[in-house]
Design a protein around this ligand. Structure first.
Ligand SMILES: [Zn+2]
Length: 354
């Protein structure tokens, strides 16, 4: 018997989980559903012994259906209602399947379960997708395998959670679920630009956080950045995205200085990662040298701003990643490990007068 994990082992578990959330890249929301499902099953099936725990793909699939069930209800938007996208490309297969059943059974999961044949069919389809899509890909972070939850055997009808995993998922369940839901919410926001935040609060809709309209920043940053992308410094031909420099998923920081104008593509490949030191350098420099201009612009648009607070949160965010030995985003799919340079940049480059 291995016994419960030590404090150090628990910490290392949380760090790995945080890396998985922050750095793992996914085209569908399955990662969140899978982590959620595993944590839920640990509450039902696990204990405090620190022992391994076997979970079948059938059990996981059932949890998937439950998790997606509320989310596939048509989302009430201004123009028309529709099922929220949960994939960066075509709608996620599981969402399509669950949505079709949701509509057929008029939202009653109980009726669907009682149908037997329809339920079995849906369950089987979802299980098949779970096996092909997220199960053996969940623990891949860039080119690294981070197999801390279960051994990535790549096949079969069950996973065996490693010793201590069920213990930790139970011990930190509320915090972990909050983290998963936060990531999931943000992912859905990214998949449905323009559709959200108009009528219904999305977090309540998905799981039962409002944010500022980002459009107001566009003209200000377009002028300030002379129409160029903050990250790659190439011209932005049309539109462009307003990016949270310190990703919103890490901290819901809607203060003016945290925003930059970027290409849609640069924005989505950076995703929830922190930007590399060279970007951090440019960002602090911009906020220091163009501070008057920026703040006049923010005031004019009634945007809340507080550079010292923004910088403190940036220090916290970079400190977190540095302690975790995590990676930061450079460009496109290129990540690198964060060096200690951020400290110098955020302390010296931030402007001591503030
Ligand atoms: Zn760019």
């Amino acid at each position: 018997m291995p016994g419960p994990p030590t404090a150090e082992e628990q910490l290392s578990f949380l760090r790995s989980l945080q890396r998985l959330m922050d750095e793992g890249s996914f085209v569908a929301s399955y990662k969140f559903a899978l982590l959620h499902a595993i944590a839920d099953l640990c509450l039902v099936k696990g204990d405090e012994s620190g022992a391994e725990l076997e979970l079948s793909t059938s059990e996981i699939a059932e949890q998937f259906v439950r998790l997606y069930w509320c989310q596939v209800a048509p989302y009430p938007a201004e123009d028309y209602t529709q099922v929220l996208k949960q994939n960066t490309g075509r709608q996620a297969a599981i969402v399509r399947e669950v949505a079709a059943h949701h509509s057929q059974y008029e939202g009653s999961l109980i009726d669907l379960e009682r149908s037997n044949s329809d339920w079995r069919q849906l369950h089987r389809k979802v299980e098949r997708t779970v096996k092909v899509m997220p199960l053996w890909k969940l623990q891949t972070v860039g080119s690294e395998q981070l197999d801390f939850l279960y051994e990535n055997v790549g096949t079969g009808g069950f996973i065996r959670l490693k010793p201590g995993v069920a213990y930790c998922l139970r011990a930190f369940y509320p915090m972990i679920i909050d983290m998963i839901q936060g990531g999931w919410l943000h992912f859905v926001q990214r998949c449905n630009p323009g559709l959200l935040g108009q009528v219904t609060d999305l977090r309540s809709f998905l799981f039962g956080a409002p944010r500022t309209s980002l459009e107001t920043y566009r003209p200000l940053f377009r002028d300030l950045q002379e129409g160029r992308c903050f990250y790659c410094e190439r011209a932005i031909m049309r539109g462009g995205a307003i990016d949270h420099f310190i990703p919103w998923r890490r901290y819901p920081l809607d203060l003016g200085h945290n925003f930059v104008l970027t290409h849609q593509g640069c924005n989505s490949s950076k995703s929830d990662l922190l930007a590399a030191e060279e970007h951090l350098q440019r960002w602090t420099e911009r906020n220091r040298t163009r501070r008057d201009e920026l703040e006049a612009g923010f005031d004019e648009r009634k945007v809340v701003h507080d550079w010292p607070a923004t910088r403190s949160i940036a220090r916290w965010a970079y400190g977190q990643v540095h302690r975790a030995g995590g990676q930061v985003w450079l460009q496109a799919k290129e990540l690198k490990r964060l060096s200690g340079d951020w400290r110098r940049i955020l302390h010296a480059g931030g402007g001591s007068a503030a």
